[in-house]
Design a protein around this ligand. Structure first.
Ligand code: GRG
Length: 301
């Protein structure tokens, strides 16, 4: 099977899995459940759960304890997009080719849907503890990684620095920008791959290698996101381009120019590949994962 059809197949399998964990829309709180489901079902690349399950497989992981974590990380990622699109943040009308949650359900309900997804992510991840043959110690480590990388020392911290940077204009330094990208974007990618490694029974040294590789992938992914905000189209991205300019954001593109940003993106992707090749030399490999990381370098959506 070609890489593209394999990715398509895996994306559709992951999508079904995520949907199976979504709440039933019922009762007096039905509207928040429907807003949550609307945002999760809007599509998206499902990159984080795929990275998680491929890292799990790379370490020889099998069994269902990874599945609740795969759904949970996509719920956290989706909540962050719902809140990021709110009028108080980026104020965006389109995401994943559809109207954003606050446009369809109103602002109050979009705030609650984001909160609901964040909380439901942990309700969902906890189901891993009940899976057949679950390793409770590793599940608890995985849960703590998820909480930390999504929280104030991770994504929420990055978003805070990002929002404050909007007022600094051209005074944003490369160091500040790197903090934002590391926390806002790379942290969740690190959580995805580290949870795969932890549940796949990787030892501490190898979990650290995965954390570093995911850092490189995360920053490279964000730089490409910044590039696509300038060079992409509404049709392929499913959201308007030029959002960074609209929100007065300093990005790698505004800081260094598009060519240097592209070169840095490639360099960081190569660093990630080199780290994974180091594991390959120890007999730990996943060809699909390698191809997936390569494909992110030239992604157009
Ligand atoms: C509101 C706490 C809070 C955080 C928001 C994720 C985020 C932080 C903001 C969204 C804007 C943005 C550019 C974030 C960087 C991460 C990123 C590139 C998200 C988009 O991820 P994709 O491309 O999206 O994987 P899909 O739709 O494919 O899932």
């Amino acid at each position: 099977m070609s890489f593209d059809s394999e990715l398509k197949q895996k994306t559709s399998d992951v999508e079904k899995l995520i949907i199976s964990y979504l709440p039933k829309e019922q009762g007096w709180a039905k509207t928040v459940m429907s807003a949550m489901n609307y945002s999760v079902c809007a599509g998206g690349k499902r990159l984080r759960p795929i990275l998680m399950s491929e890292t799990y497989k790379m370490f020889g992981g099998s069994g269902s304890q990874i599945e609740p974590f795969m759904a949970a990380i996509e719920m956290i990622h989706t909540y962050s997009l719902v809140h990021d699109d709110l009028p108080a943040m980026d104020n965006d009308e389109y995401r994943r080719g559809r109207k954003t949650t606050h446009i369809v359900y109103g602002e109050a309900m979009a705030i609650l849907a984001g909160d609901g997804l964040l909380n439901y992510a942990f309700e969902t991840a906890l189901k891993a503890f009940e899976a057949d043959g679950a390793d409770l110690k590793r599940c608890s480590r995985a849960l703590s990684i998820l909480a930390q990388k999504a929280g104030i020392y991770g994504m929420i911290g990055g978003q805070t620095a990002d929002i404050e940077a909007e007022d600094l204009g051209s005074n944003v330094t490369e160091e500040h920008l790197l903090f934002i990208h590391e926390h806002k974007t790379a942290a969740l990618i690190q959580a995805a791959m580290m949870i795969g490694a932890v549940l796949g029974k990787a030892d501490e040294d190898r979990i650290s290698v995965i954390e570093r590789a995911a850092y490189e992938i995360g920053i490279a992914f964000q730089i490409q996101d910044d590039i696509l905000d300038v060079t992409g189209t509404l049709e392929t991205l499913g959201k308007p381009v030029g959002s960074d300019e609209k929100n007065n954001k300093t990005t790698y593109v505004t800081l260094k120019g598009i060519e240097a940003a592209g070169a840095q993106q490639k360099e960081m992707s190569s660093n990630a590949i080199a780290l994974l090749e180091g594991l390959d030399a120890q007999g730990i490999r996943n060809d699909f994962l390698m191809e997936l990381i390569q494909s992110l370098i030239t992604r157009i959506k």
